[in-house]
Write a protein that binds this ligand. Structure first.
Ligand SMILES: [Cu+2]
Length: 311
C-alpha cells in the first residue's frame, strides 16, 4: 500500500486570480431528492488509518447541525438544467481541455499527452462535461442519469449556490456516508469489497491501471442511483466518482513529510469517496475516512460532487 493514487492530477493551469462564478439561489432543497440528516455528534476520521499520509486519523467527534443532502451525486441531467438556466461555462470548456482516464480516450481523439507519474491520465483537448471523453464522445459517453464529471471545484460551488445549497463540509459528508452505523469503514459496514464476489460499489477490479475486470458491472461511471443505498438512503457515497467538499485539503501533522505535502498542495480542495478507479492494491480510498485533494480548477472523468442544504 502506498500513498499513490488513481486520484486525479492537478490541472497545472496558469492564470491570475481564481475565477468565481456567482449565481443567485434559483432552487431549494425541496426541488431535489434529498435526505434529512438530524443534528448530533458526528464522527470524522479513523483510529485505524490505512493511508496515514492523507491524515485519515485520528477519529474525532464533533456536533453537527441538521442538514439535507442529495440522495445522489449531481447528475448530468441536473447539471444540464443548471447550464440551460445560467449559461454557465465550465472551467474545462474555458480552458479547452480536461483529463480523461486512458482507457476512456476514444480512437477518434488521436495522440494525447500523459501526466508524469500518473501516465494513465491523458490531457484531452475538447473534453468537458458533455463531451466527457473528448470531441464527439457525448453520444456514447454521456448519460443523463450518471453523475456529472469534468467539473471543477469552482463549477461545483457555482452549481451548489444556484441550487440554493452548498458543498458539504468533511464532517457532514462523513456523517452522511456512515448512514447511522457509526465507526465503520464503509457506508455498508465493515466488509471489504473483493475481486470475486462482493461488489457493493463501483470501483476497480483487477490490476490497476491496465485491466479493469468490471465485475461490479461498470468500466467507468455507474448511474448516480445504483448499488444499495446506505442506512440514510444515500447512493454511491463511496466509489463511482470523487465528490468535492467545501473545505481546503489540510493535513493536521507537524511531520516534515506532511508539511512538505501540504505545501505542495497549497490551495487544494478536499474531495471524498474515491472513484471507479480505486482499488485496495493501489488506491484504497473508497473508505469513509479516506481523502484526497486537488486544485480548485482541476477536472477529470472521475470527479463530481453532491450538494447539501442547511436545516
Ligand atoms: Cu483512488
Amino acid at each position: 500500500m502506498t500513498d499513490a493514487a488513481c486520484c486525479g492530477p492537478a490541472s497545472g493551469r496558469k492564470r491570475g486570480a481564481a475565477i468565481r462564478f456567482d449565481y443567485a439561489p434559483h432552487l431549494k432543497a425541496a426541488d431535489f431528492p434529498t435526505v434529512a440528516i438530524p443534528s448530533g455528534v458526528a464522527l470524522i476520521g479513523t483510529d485505524t488509518p490505512l493511508i496515514a499520509a492523507d491524515a485519515e486519523g485520528p477519529m474525532r467527534r464533533k456536533k453537527v447541525k441538521p442538514f439535507r443532502i442529495g440522495q445522489t451525486a449531481v447528475t448530468n441531467a441536473q447539471f444540464a438544467a443548471f447550464v440551460a438556466q445560467t449559461g454557465h461555462i465550465t472551467e474545462a470548456e474555458l480552458f479547452g481541455w480536461s483529463f480523461v482516464f486512458w482507457s476512456q480516450v476514444s480512437d477518434s481523439v488521436g495522440p494525447t499527452e500523459g501526466v508524469s507519474d500518473v501516465e494513465w491520465w491523458r490531457r484531452v483537448e475538447g473534453a468537458n462535461w458533455c463531451d466527457v471523453n473528448g470531441p464527439g464522445t457525448q453520444a456514447f459517453a454521456w448519460r443523463a442519469d450518471h453523475p456529472v464529471v469534468q467539473v471543477s471545484w469552482n463549477d461545483a460551488r457555482a452549481y451548489a449556490s444556484w441550487a440554493g445549497g452548498r458543498l458539504p463540509t468533511e464532517i457532514e459528508w462523513e456523517h452522511a456516508a456512515r448512514g447511522g452505523l457509526g465507526d465503520v469503514r464503509y457506508p455498508w459496514g465493515g466488509r471489504d469489497p473483493d475481486d470475486r464476489q462482493f461488489f457493493p460499489c463501483n470501483i476497480w477490479q483487477g490490476r490497476f491501471p491496465h485491466k479493469n475486470g468490471n465485475l461490479d458491472g461498470y468500466e467507468t461511471t455507474a448511474p448516480a442511483r445504483s448499488f444499495e443505498p446506505n442506512g440514510y438512503g444515500l447512493f454511491n457515497m463511496v466509489g463511482n466518482v470523487w465528490e468535492w467538499t467545501s473545505e481546503p485539503f489540510k493535513i493536521r501533522s507537524q511531520k516534515k513529510s506532511a508539511r512538505q505535502r501540504q505545501a505542495a498542495m497549497k490551495g487544494y480542495k478536499l474531495a471524498k469517496g474515491g472513484s471507479f478507479l480505486c482499488h485496495a492494491s493501489y488506491c484504497w480510498r473508497y473508505r469513509i475516512a479516506a481523502r484526497t485533494g486537488n486544485s480548485p480548477d482541476s477536472t477529470t472523468t472521475h470527479t463530481g460532487f453532491r450538494v447539501v442544504w442547511d436545516g
